[in-house]
Design a binder for this molecule. Structure first.
Ligand code: LMR
Length: 399
């Protein structure tokens, strides 16, 4: 029988944490798993700017006929401006396009479909560690995943020199997936000077950057966080940027994202864009409208955009504050626990440098749910649960 020979596939490690959290009956349970922002009360609320834009659409949207495979052109233009700036050289040289995709994952998928059209055997370099879907998508397309060292989970240390060393061994035309900001899962980012140096190395080696930019605004600010995307797409002739509106618009389930393609010349670009569109048509035909229409309305309306920027600022600052509070409390409760690095890292994620069995104790005995490799979503910490969480972690350090 055709359908009877398959072995079971293990759960995605991130989605598994959500399942475990939902199943737990413990009234004290804490969800530090999936990368979703929570406010001070622990809710993932709809942003006011989003509510207003949705109301505008309800009142004014006149049709629900098909978009095109490229999606909403207004969204594409506004998102591109937000990612690399309207003044980017590739814009005046007609060698950049942004295509709306279902979430950032859709952007990664279509971007790698495009890579496959260019070279079905392409090497795709992925940071170790990374978001598990990078490897899953690369493998599902039959591309060749390679790892570069990025972060030592046990030591809590960013491995910049090791990253450069590994990428120095890559071949011309290899694709390198880089986290645009707020590295998922370590929270350790390159400095601007390091991005410059990496861009120079990639140029010298003929490597192609694929920036996964899912957390714009959660690092230092909407504008500040664009450094990597801008420098890589300026200094190198070709680039891909997958971006997401899930986190910064808190529109997780509406699946608004994009893939931006920068080609080396306008001539190449029109051929390349046709392959991107053909990958979309063969995969989901065209992207869903709603989330992107909301984002386009917000970004195209100066007052709403200002309101949205301040909502993003508030989300970022709350996570930063919880990082600081976490470190302060751990320093008080377990002075030698060594979590100081968490206050320096950016975005939602960091690793807890704990042994595997300590992690299991936190999950099984305290119902604090996070990934088995120690990745925690710092945005899940609130004033109500931070003492519970830090007490539980501190108890691991008491003999
Ligand atoms: C995460 O890393 O938790 C998020 O990006 C959500 C997801 O889809 O994995």
């Amino acid at each position: 029988m055709l359908f009877s020979g398959l072995a079971e596939v293990g759960d995605d490690p991130i989605l598994l944490v959500s399942t475990m959290f939902k199943a737990s009956q413990d009234p004290n349970k804490v969800d530090l798993g999936v990368g979703v922002y929570k406010d001070a009360k622990g809710n993932t609320a709809i942003l006011n700017s989003v509510k207003k834009a949705e109301q505008f659409l309800v009142d004014n949207q006149a049709t629900k006929t098909y978009l095109s495979p490229a999606g909403n052109p207004e969204f594409n233009k506004l998102v591109q401006d937000m990612l690399i700036g309207a003044d980017h050289r590739s814009v005046s040289e007609n060698r950049v396009s942004t295509f709306q995709t279902p979430g950032g994952t859709g952007g990664v998928r279509i971007g790698l479909e495009f890579v496959k059209a260019c070279n079905p055997n392409a090497n795709v370099w992925i940071s170790n560690p990374t978001w598990p879907n990078h490897t899953a998508i690369t493998k599902s397309l039959g591309l060749n995943p390679k790892q570069y060292r990025y972060y030592d989970i046990k030591q809590g240390q960013f491995q910049y020199e090791e990253m450069l060393e590994d990428l120095s061994g890559a071949d011309v035309g290899d694709v390198v997936i880089l986290h645009g900001c707020c590295h998922n899962a370590s929270g350790a980012d390159l400095s601007n000077a390091q991005w410059d140096e990496l861009a120079a190395l990639m140029l010298e080696k003929g490597l192609v950057p694929f920036v996964d930019f899912a957390y714009q605004g959660f690092g230092d600010g909407i504008e500040e966080d664009t450094y990597a995307a801008r420098v890589l797409s300026t200094k190198l002739p070709e680039a891909l940027i997958a971006s997401s509106c899930s986190k910064n618009f808190a529109m997780y389930r509406d699946r608004a994202g994009a893939i931006t393609l920068v080609s080396s010349s306008a001539d190449e670009h029109s051929k390349n864009a046709s392959h991107m569109l053909s990958a979309v048509r063969a995969t989901y035909s065209m992207p869903p409208d709603h989330g992107a229409a909301v984002v386009a309305h917000i970004l195209g309306n100066p007052d709403l955009k200002a309101e949205w920027v301040s909502e993003v600022d508030e989300m970022r600052e709350r996570v930063k504050k919880m990082r600081g509070t976490f470190v302060e409390k751990m320093n008080e409760k377990a002075p030698n626990s060594g979590f100081g690095y968490i206050a320096e890292q950016k975005g939602m994620f960091s690793y807890l440098t704990l042994e595997a069995e300590q992690i299991q104790t936190l999950i099984n005995d305290h119902s604090i749910f996070f990934m088995g490799n120690g990745r925690v979503n710092m945005a899940g910490l609130t004033d109500d649960n931070i003492d519970y969480v830090t007490d539980a972690i501190a108890s691991l350090f008491k003999s």
